[in-house]
Design a protein around this ligand. Structure first.
Ligand code: FDA
Length: 503
C-alpha cells in the first residue's frame, strides 16, 4: 500500500472528467486523473492501436471471452461476434437485468468508442429536462465553449451528396422524406477533411475501414486529442491508467481518501493505493460515479449522501432497429462508420423521436437501413447496492423499455408504409425488430439539483463534485456528450470561481 496526496483528484477520463482536469490544470492546481482503462496510444505488433469491427481481437472489449457487438447476428447467422482473449479492451458491455450498457474504457472514456455525433439539444427540451440550469448561460457560453473545444463540425454537403460512402444515409433520407419526415445533418467530431482524403486514397482509412466501436485509428477527435491533451499541456495534470477507484471516505480534516486498485492486463489487482485529496471530482460516467457514491453511502464511508444517489437513471430512450430495403434501393457496400444525418421528429409532441441514421458497414451490400432512435421514454431506473457483489445493480424491467419501442415503432411504421418496406428481424440474435435491452447513452443516477446542488456539488460533502452523465436525469433528446461537456464547463467555471479547491 502506498499513501499519496494530491490537491485535486479526478476519477475517470471521459467528457466530464476531461473538462475538470483541463480547467483545474489551467487554474494551476495539481491534479491527478485515475482511469481504469488503458492509454490507447501505442500500436501493437500489427501496427495499429485499435482493431476494426469486422476483425475484432483482444483490444475490442473489456475482459470478455467473446465480443458482444450490438448487432449480434446477420440473416440470423452468428457471423459477427468472435472469441477473444480477456484483456482491458476499449469497449465494455455492462450487463444489468433487462438492460446492458455500452461504455468506453481507456483514457478518453466514451470518446474512444462513440460515433462522434456532437449535437446540442433543442433549447426547449433542455429547459424541460434541467429547469434549474440557466439556459441563457448554457446556450450563450457553455455549449459554444464545449463545441469549440471538442472540434465540432458538419460534413460539407457537396461531398456528402456525391460520395458512395454516404449512399446509405441518402437512401434513408429519401425514405424518411417519402413519409413526410424531416432529416438533418448532425455535427460530428470526426475530421471530414481527413475522411475526404480516406476516400481519395491519400490517407489511411479509418471511418472508411469499419472502425468505430472498438476505436478509430485516425480521424476522430477523441478526448485524448482535445481536452486531455490540453490538460496534460498545462503541466499540472497527471494520468494514472489501469487504476480503478473502489472506495471513498472523508477524513476529519475534510479531505477525501480514495482507495484505488491497480490492475494488470489480466485484470489481477497488483497494488492498492490510498490517495488523499482536498477536492474530488467524479467523472466515472453514469454507471461508475453512481456505483462509487452508492457504495460509499451503503457501506457507511460517506453516510450523509442523500436518498437521490442511485435514482433517476434512463438510457436516453435508445432503441435500435433495421429496415429491409427493396433490391432496387441498395445502401452500398461502402459505408462510413460515422453517422452524419438523423430523422428529426422531436417537435412532434405526440411522439417525439430523434433517429440517427446509422451505418451497417459490413463491406458488402446488405439492403439494410439501420437506426438508433432516441425517444422520450418517461421510465426511470434505480440502482441498489448488492453487498454480496459489492456492486450497484440497476433495477430495470423489460416493460420499462416498452414506451421507447412504441415510439420508435410509431415513427418507423410510417417510413415503412410510405416505402412499402418491412423491418429486419435477423439482427439481434432472435426475431425482434426492435432492440431496447441495451443502450449507448446511460444518463442519471446522481441527478443535478437532487443528489447535488445546481452545479454538481454533492449534497452534504464540501469539495466533492459530480461532472459526468450521471447528472442528466435519464433523457436529453439527442446524443449526449456535448451536453455532458457543456454542463461540466459550467460546473468548473462556478467551482473555480467560488470554492476553495486549490491547495
Ligand atoms: P464516460 O463513460 O465517457 O467516461 C467515464 C470513464 O471513467 C471511463 O473511461 C471509465 O473507464 C472510467 N471509470 C469508470 N469507473 C471508474 C472507476 N471506478 N475508476 C476509474 N475509472 C473509472 N454520445 C454522443 O453524444 N454521440 C455519439 O455519437 C455517441 N455514440 C456512442 C457510441 C457508443 C458505442 C457508446 C458506448 C456511446 C456513445 N455515445 C455517444 C455516448 C457517449 O460516449 C457518453 O454519453 C459519454 O462518453 C459519457 O461521458 P461521461 O463523462 O459521463 O463518462
Amino acid at each position: 500500500q502506498s499513501a499519496d496526496h494530491t490537491p485535486a483528484l479526478v476519477i475517470g477520463s471521459g467528457y466530464g472528467a476531461a473538462v475538470a482536469a483541463l480547467r483545474l490544470g489551467e487554474a494551476g492546481i495539481r491534479t491527478l486523473v485515475i482511469e481504469m482503462g488503458r492509454l490507447w496510444e501505442a500500436p501493437d505488433s500489427g501496427g495499429t492501436v485499435f482493431c476494426s469491427m469486422t476483425a475484432p481481437d483482444q483490444r475490442s472489449m473489456w475482459f470478455k471471452r467473446r465480443t458482444e457487438a450490438p448487432l449480434s447476428t446477420f440473416l440470423w447467422l452468428d457471423v459477427i461476434n468472435k472469441d477473444i482473449t480477456p484483456y482491458p479492451g476499449v469497449l465494455d458491455r455492462v450487463r444489468h437485468p433487462n438492460m446492458s450498457v455500452y461504455v468506453g474504457r481507456g483514457v478518453g472514456g466514451g470518446s474512444l468508442v462513440n460515433g462522434g455525433i456532437a449535437v446540442t439539444p433543442p433549447r426547449a427540451y433542455f429547459q424541460e429536462v434541467l429547469p434549474g440550469v440557466d439556459a441563457d448561460a448554457m446556450y450563450g457560453t457553455y455549449f459554444p465553449r464545449a463545441n469549440r473545444m471538442l472540434g465540432t463540425a458538419t460534413i460539407p454537403s457537396d461531398w456528402f451528396e456525391g460520395t458512395e460512402w454516404y449512399q446509405y444515409a441518402r437512401v434513408a433520407r429519401a425514405q424518411a422524406s417519402a413519409a413526410g419526415l424531416k432529416t438533418v445533418f448532425v455535427p460530428s467530431v470526426y475530421d471530414f477533411d481527413y475522411m475526404r482524403r480516406e476516400a481519395a486514397g491519400t490517407a489511411t482509412k479509418s471511418a472508411l475501414a469499419q472502425e468505430v466501436i472498438y476505436g478509430n485509428n485516425h480521424g476522430k477527435r477523441s478526448l485524448d486529442k482535445t481536452y486531455l491533451a490540453a490538460a496534460l499541456g498545462t503541466g499540472n495534470v497527471t494520468i494514472h491508467t489501469l487504476s480503478r477507484a473502489r472506495a471513498i471516505r472523508r477524513a476529519a480534516d475534510g479531505s477525501y481518501t480514495v482507495t484505488v486498485d491497480r490492475i494488470d492486463t489480466t485484470g489481477a489487482v497488483t497494488a492498492t493505493d490510498e490517495i488523499s485529496c482536498r477536492a474530488l471530482f467524479l467523472g466515472a460516467g453514469s454507471l461508475g460515479t453512481t456505483e462509487l457514491l452508492l457504495r460509499a453511502r451503503e457501506t457507511g464511508t460517506l453516510p450523509g449522501l442523500n436518498a437521490e444517489v442511485g435514482r433517476g437513471w434512463g438510457g436516453n430512450g435508445n432503441v435500435m432497429l433495421g429496415r429491409a430495403n427493396h433490391v432496387w434501393n441498395p445502401t452500398g457496400a461502402h459505408q462510413s462508420t460515422i453517422p452524419v444525418t438523423a430523422i428529426d421528429d422531436w417537435s412532434n409532441a405526440a411522439n417525439p423521436v430523434f433517429a440517427e441514421i446509422a451505418p451497417l458497414p459490413a463491406g458488402t451490400e446488405t439492403w439494410a437501413s439501420l437506426y438508433l432512435a432516441i425517444t422520450k421514454n418517461p421510465e426511470r431506473g434505480t440502482f441498489t447496492y448488492d453487498a454480496a457483489k459489492d456492486a450497484a445493480v440497476l433495477n430495470w424491467t423489460a416493460g420499462q423499455s416498452a414506451p421507447a419501442i412504441a415510439a420508435a415503432k410509431a415513427l418507423f411504421d410510417r417510413v415503412n408504409a410510405a416505402n412499402v418496406t418491412i423491418y429486419r428481424y435477423d439482427l439481434f440474435g432472435d426475431t425482434r425488430a426492435f432492440a431496447a435491452d441495451f443502450c449507448y447513452h446511460p444518463l442519471g443516477g446522481c441527478v443535478l439539483g437532487r443528489a447535488t446542488d445546481a452545479y454538481g456539488r454533492v449534497a452534504g460533502y464540501p469539495r466533492l463534485y459530480v461532472t459526468d452523465g450521471s447528472l442528466i436525469p435519464g433523457s436529453i433528446g439527442v446524443n449526449p456528450f456535448v451536453t455532458i461537456t457543456a454542463l461540466a464547463e459550467r460546473t468548473m467555471a462556478r467551482v473555480l470561481a467560488e470554492d476553495d479547491v486549490g491547495r
